[in-house]
Ligand binder design. Structure first.
Ligand SMILES: Nc1nc2c(ncn2[C@@H]2O[C@H](COP(=O)(O)OP(=O)(O)OP(=O)(O)O)[C@@H](O)[C@H]2O)c(=O)[nH]1
Length: 604
């Protein structure tokens, strides 16, 4: 079986030769270095900067250009700059040993602190990539020593990145995360979106390792904002965790996956950057989930094989775990058992390595007091922050639910009330108002009249009513049609409304018969009002319809007194008077005081 496995590994390992991921990382660091070095360079150094824009794949051309520069008479800062340019290409070519040799050929201890940071960072990074933790720790502690003298935000963040690299190789993701928070802080203070971008993406990478997924989601949009367009390095540090935490969306996120796959296909084998293993394992997982078992198997094998070459137990374990899963899926129980056994062995080795690493770490303990202090402070505030966030989140959740329910409740209630009120208003309106004339309908006007009468009686006030009936209305309908009849009814009420007081009200009793109620009015006042209305109706302009159209009405007026003390009696009285007026020849007024009416009117 073991032979089978190694045979498999040899057969399936892709023949990749260099790593693009490290190149991206180095490109970022170099961008920072270029920016920083431009502080020290004069105008004629510009050509040195242009060294960074060569096509790294054309190795001989790059070497030629670098040699040309080497032959020039260079100032101290130019010499340092040239070393950084060479170092840049060596890292792009994955030659970390060459890079270390080059960097160690210069005495950085004599350089300015700002320069030292760049050099020590590059050394740290190279040793991390070669798996030489002891040396990486050595240079990191050198970085921490000069850290208090560094003020330039970009260089400060570079130093933090250097330390974070070491922390990550020690699986100290919490510490690395805290450093990324410090980088983000630097980014905020210097308003540099570049620093913010790399700080946030490192933060996300570490949060992913720490399985603090909600925080990743929270930081996602900020990271994308700071980083502008997502570059390839960013896609691994940001998109991979994002796709991975939303496993169910694996298939739907074609763009992210497609980019990762094309990146992997274009990768050349490198020494062993951890990002490469991560990408390989991630894609293997993706293929496993999308039932492409063969590709998943190849990638797990490749990741396992390459990481065991490097003695990187963490990735070996992940690779073996994948191979174990594939064996279970394919039903190869013999292979599954085999992988399970070496998985356990590796796990033990991994634990032993961790103990050894922490011993090493403690002996090289990062020395800068300020940094240690900052980290412990951050760690504390971070713990509090997590706690606070949790409490806040649950409070927010409860609050949101409460507000939402209250809001929804209020909304529903308001809607119900609104509908009810609208319905009621509509019903009331339709009940209260006569749709044709706009006068109060019969039942409403009678009940209103009753109420007002009662109140007037209680207050010792008079109450009068005027009823009127249009004269010869049947003949109007017959001669001019019903629509003209309707118009007459409407116009009559409009005219009446213009001629009554604010407290008076007019209602339709039926057909062409109406009632005007006059609270707090005695007969004389009612007679005056009736006369005014009679005259007004007489004067309605009907010329537009026909000069033959004449509108008049007969009026009956009654007032409460000792005998006539209810609305019904008032109505009977008024009706009687109205018919009296009709029989007198129409277009006149009659009241329940008979012959007195004329005298009263005259008196008023
Ligand atoms: N156009 C129209 N006509 C109505 C309406 N309501 C009742 N009428 C008509 O009004 C007429 C009333 O006629 P009558 O009761 O004979 O009274 P009149 O013709 O006014 O005669 P006098 O009251 O004696 O002057 C009837 O023809 C009804 O059809 C209405 O809303 N619109």
């Amino acid at each position: 079986m073991r032979r089978l496995l190694s045979k498999g590994l040899r057969q399936e390992s892709p023949t990749l030769t260099r790593i693009k991921l490290v190149k991206m990382k180095v490109r970022f660091v170099t961008t920072i270095l270029i920016v920083f070095l431009s502080h020290f360079s004069s105008a004629n150094d510009l050509s040195l900067d242009s060294l960074y824009s060569l096509d790294y794949r054309d190795k001989s051309k790059v070497k030629r250009e670098l040699e040309l520069f080497e032959k020039r008479k260079l100032s101290l800062s130019e010499k340092q700059k040239l070393i950084f340019a060479k170092s840049y290409y060596l890292s792009l070519w994955g030659d970390f040993k060459g890079r270390i040799k080059l960097l160690n050929s210069y005495e950085w201890d004599k350089a300015e602190d700002n320069i030292k940071v760049g050099a020590y960072y590059q050394l740290t990074e190279s040793y991390v990539n070669l798996g030489n933790l002891e040396k990486a720790l050595y240079y990191t502690s050198k970085v921490t020593e000069i850290l208090p003298n560094i003020n330039e935000p970009k260089l400060k963040s570079l130093a933090y990145h250097s330390i974070a690299d070491v922390y990550e190789s020690l699986y100290m993701f919490e510490e690395s995360y805290l450093l990324s928070e410090m980088i983000i802080q630097e980014g905020y203070e210097s308003r540099s979106s570049e620093i913010l971008c790399y700080g946030t993406s490192r933060a996300i990478k570490n949060l992913f390792r720490l399985k603090r997924f909600p925080e990743i989601i929270k930081n996602k949009s900020a990271a994308i904002r700071y980083c502008g367009e997502i570059n390839d390095r960013f896609i691994i540090e940001l998109i991979t965790p994002l796709i991975q935490i939303s496993n169910n969306k694996l298939n739907s996120d074609f763009d992210g996956i497609a980019r990762l796959i094309s990146m992997y296909d274009n990768l050349e084998v490198s020494s062993s950057p951890r990002e490469f293993f991560e990408l390989e394992l991630f894609l293997a997982e993706y293929y496993l989930q999308t039932d492409n078992i063969e590709r998943a198997y190849n990638l797990y094998q490749s990741a396992y094989s390459r990481s065991s070459d490097k003695g990187d137990y963490q990735f070996m374990i992940d690779g073996l775990d994948g191979l174990f899963k594939v064996s279970l899926i394919t039903g190869d129980s013999e292979a599954a058992l085999y992988y399970a056994k070496i998985l356990i062995d590796n796990q033990k080795e991994f634990e032993r390595e961790l103990v050894e690493k922490s011993r090493l770490f403690n002996s090289h303990k990062i020395r800068a007091k300020e940094l240690e202090h900052q980290i412990s402070k951050l760690s504390l505030s971070n713990e509090n922050l997590i706690l606070e966030r949790e409490v806040l989140n649950s409070q927010k959740k409860v609050f949101r639910v409460a507000v939402f329910s209250a809001f929804a409740g209020i909304l529903i209630l308001t809607l119900v009330i609104y509908l009810l009120v609208r319905q009621k208003i509509r019903m009331k309106k339709s009940l209260d108002t006569d749709f044709l004339t706009g006068a109060i309908s019969r039942s409403s006007v009678l009940s209103l009249a009753r109420k007002k009468l009662k109140a007037c009686k209680e207050n010792g006030e008079n109450f009068s009513i005027v009823t009127f009936d249009l004269d010869n209305f049947k003949s109007i309908n017959d001669r001019f049609g019903h629509s003209v009849g309707d118009w007459v009814l409407l116009t009559v009420i409009k005219t009446i409304k213009l001629n009554i007081r604010e407290n008076d009200f007019v209602g339709r009793l039926g057909g062409e018969e109406f009632i005007i109620c006059l609270p707090n009015s005695e007969l004389s006042q009612a007679l005056v009002l009736a006369e005014r209305c009679r005259e007004a109706l007489e004067k309605i302009n009907t010329k537009d319809i026909s000069s033959m159209l004449v509108i008049t009405a007969s009026f009956g007026v009654s007032e409460i007194n000792g005998e006539v003390d209810s609305l019904n009696k008032l109505l009977v009285e008024s009706d009687r008077c109205l018919y009296a007026a009709k029989s007198k020849g129409r277009n006149c007024i009659s009241s329940n005081y008979g012959e007195l009416e004329k005298a009263r009117i005259t008196a008023v």
